[in-house]
Design a binder for this molecule. Structure first.
Ligand code: G6P
Length: 616
């Protein structure tokens, strides 16, 4: 997490500070508790930083009015140290000549800090980051140049980093380095070089990009880049490539309509994104499906919303006749699996392709046990895509709202496509049957379109529970994914305490809290779990629970026993029912959005959260 944006240019008319500030604003989804900018100006460092959001900090052009030839900025998501001025980046060394921004976590910072303090260095923050400028200061004091000092400093640090460093006495270059934290370079050859935590941050400025790999350091000059391996110090030849996606997604406009929030707009994009996903290239689908079929053991891993999509994928693949899949949260992966069996495959699901825990899990599985990695990823060129044996790219496109929704919908659609392909290859379904399921997935996009037209009805239900402090979300089987996603969305953007539980398990504890009016939301599609779920609804109802159910449009029995229903317009066919998880989850995502909006909260940037979590 944390966003980094820097630039160095020889173009006289490029407003350096303002361009950096605008780049940082495009990265605010990565963290937004404080921000700062450092520029090299006439042989000294000009530094401004403050707690708060960039838009507030830059009131009256506080950042934009900074003077300097080149430099960088940072928007922070606090890990070590509170979100206050001292802990905001950039950080400087004792001489005030070296400035640095960092994304990641340095695990041995306490030891390094003690040693540096004993040698007389003065620290002004609680961050792990601040050891970097002081280490670099020491190596420069020994006569190393900036690049070699950075190399020597990072070699002493354990953990993850994407860093950018400048020195006031080096007027024509800055240095970047990375290990397990994203950092990409954009270039206008001969003129300007940018560095950023992701590609969209510099897309309005250039489409030419260079990916810095782990354990590499680069010298950035105006329109010129040199990359070196950290281990050997050897220069590396690298490719520059053209980014082919557009920034339309970064506007709050869709089909000519202006939206107040990205989340609302992105929910409205879901139908078209599902249709795109059904068109996943056959070759990608085939090799992904065959790799899973050839494995003796299959695991699936992810974090957050992506994990709930992974759970749905696990159910779908197994239900359609594929192998049993063990789902493990990526943050638990290493501890849960001290050993992995031979010939394992790990399916990793991620929007960003940069989540540190996901990367740690798959590195562990691949490097230690030779597992193959099949990933479902949204961001092309991300670390996960580069590290995987098989990749299916989701078609969500750029997703700005921190709480993911269209990525979730496309991830499930992609995994359902994999499930159907495995069923076909194993002879469990005929080509015609698979075609019917594909049609059902396309119809699920129509169903969502219909819900969007009538979204006011979902809002009305949301208003019934807007004052609630606690809400349960219960479901069985595949629908648990929707229940968990609905609960998470409401928790993270509307700040209501929610808990998702397997409905059958709810009588083993959660039921103790039920009293008159306690809201319990059931995800109740007419699948094989339906009759048993009715039993669970009755258990809650008879204790006074306020029953809200998400049901198929043709539902009768659950409707009869519910206080309110959200109706999902699907056809009464096996294919439609078995592929209805996305529309059911969509209904709950939409409800969470309306509750957050109605409470006057910012659903795009919920407090304490970040979109891309690149720390473990
Ligand atoms: C954060 C985001 C979530 C996301 C999760 C996993 O928590 O706020 O929206 O689901 O990270 O991220 P990934 O990029 O791996 O899908």
């Amino acid at each position: 997490m944390c966003g980094i944006f820097g630039l160095i240019t020889n173009e006289q008319n490029l407003p350096v500070a303002q361009t950096i500030r605008e780049g940082l604003e495009r990265l605010e989804y990565r963290g937004y508790d404080s921000a700062g900018i450092a520029l090299v100006h006439n042989g000294s460092i000009e530094l401004r930083k403050k707690a708060g959001r960039i838009i507030d900090i830059n009131k009256d052009g506080w950042f934009d009015s900074m003077q300097g030839e080149f430099g960088f900025g940072h928007t922070r998501w606090a890990t070590h140290g509170k979100p206050v001025y001292n802990n905001a980046h950039p950080h400087v060394d004792c001489t005030g000549k070296i400035a640095l921004v960092h994304n990641g976590i340095i695990e041995n910072y306490q030891d390094l800090r003690k040693e540096l303090s004993l040698r007389g260095h003065k620290f002004s923050s609680d961050t792990d980051t601040e050891v970097f400028p002081h280490l670099i200061e020491e190596f420069m004091g020994k006569g190393f140049d900036l690049k070699d000092s950075v190399i020597s400093a990072v070699k002493m640090c354990k953990g993850a980093y994407g860093i950018v460093v400048c020195h006031a006495d080096n007027p024509d270059y800055m240095v970047v380095a990375r290990k397990e934290s994203p950092l990409v370079i954009g270039i206008i050859p001969g003129k300007t070089t940018f560095c950023a935590s992701d590609i969209p941050a510099f897309l309005p400025l250039t489409r030419e990009a260079i990916v810095l790999d782990d354990n590499e350091v680069a010298i950035l000059r105006p329109g010129k880049v040199e990359i070196y391996k950290i281990d050997s110090g050897e220069p590396k030849t690298f490719n520059q490539f053209q980014v082919n996606y557009t920034m339309d997604a970064a506007q709050k406009v869709l089909d000519g309509k202006n939206y107040k929030w990205f989340m609302h707009k992105e929910l409205h994009e879901v139908p078209r994104k599902i249709r795109d996903q059904v068109g996943v290239p056959q070759a990608d689908l085939d090799s992904f499906a065959k790799t899973i079929m050839d494995a003796d053991h299959v695991f699936i891993t992810a974090a957050g919303t992506a994990y709930y999509a992974a759970l749905a994928g696990k159910y779908q693949i197994t239900q359609f006749g594929g192998p049993y899949i063990q789902a493990i949260l990526c943050s638990e992966f290493v501890d849960a699996l001290p050993e992995m069996p031979p010939n394992s495959v790990v399916i990793a699901v991620s929007q960003s392709g940069e989540t540190a825990d996901t990367m740690e899990a798959i590195r562990y599985a691949k490097e230690k046990f030779g597992a193959k990695i099949c990933s479902v990823v949204n961001v092309v060129g991300s670390s996960l895509t580069r590290y995987s044996d098989e990749v299916i790219i989701t078609t969500a496109g750029l997703e700005i709202a921190v709480a993911s929704q269209k990525a979730y919908c496309t991830q499930i659609t992609a995994l359902t496509m994999v499930a159907l392909r495995i069923a076909e290859l194993r002879g469990r379904l005929t080509e015609n049957q698979v075609a019917n399921y594909h049609q059902a997935l396309l119809d699920s996009a129509d169903s969502i379109e219909q819900m969007i037209i009538e979204e006011g009805k979902i809002k009305e239900i949301g208003l019934k529970i807007i004052q609630s402090e606690n809400i349960y979300f219960l479901a069985r089987g595949l629908s648990q994914s929707a229940a968990m996603e609905g609960a998470l969305k409401l928790k993270e953007i509307a700040y209501i305490h929610t808990e998702a539980y397997a409905a059958g398990e709810s009588k083993h504890g959660p039921i103790a809290l039920i009293e008159d009016g306690f809201p319990v939301i059931f995800v109740a599609p007419p699948d094989q779990t339906y009759d048993r779920l009715i039993g669970n609804i009755m258990e809650m109802k008879s204790r006074g629970g306020l029953i809200i159910s998400v049901v198929a449009s043709f539902d009768e029995r659950v409707t009869e026993i519910s206080d309110y229903t959200i109706r999902v317009p699907i056809a009464n066919t096996i294919e439609a029912i078995e592929t209805s998880i996305v529309p059911f989850a969509f209904a709950l995502q939409t409800m969470a959005y309306f509750i957050a909006n109605e409470k006057g909260l910012d659903p795009d940037k919920p407090r304490n959260l970040a979109k891309s979590v690149t720390v473990k």
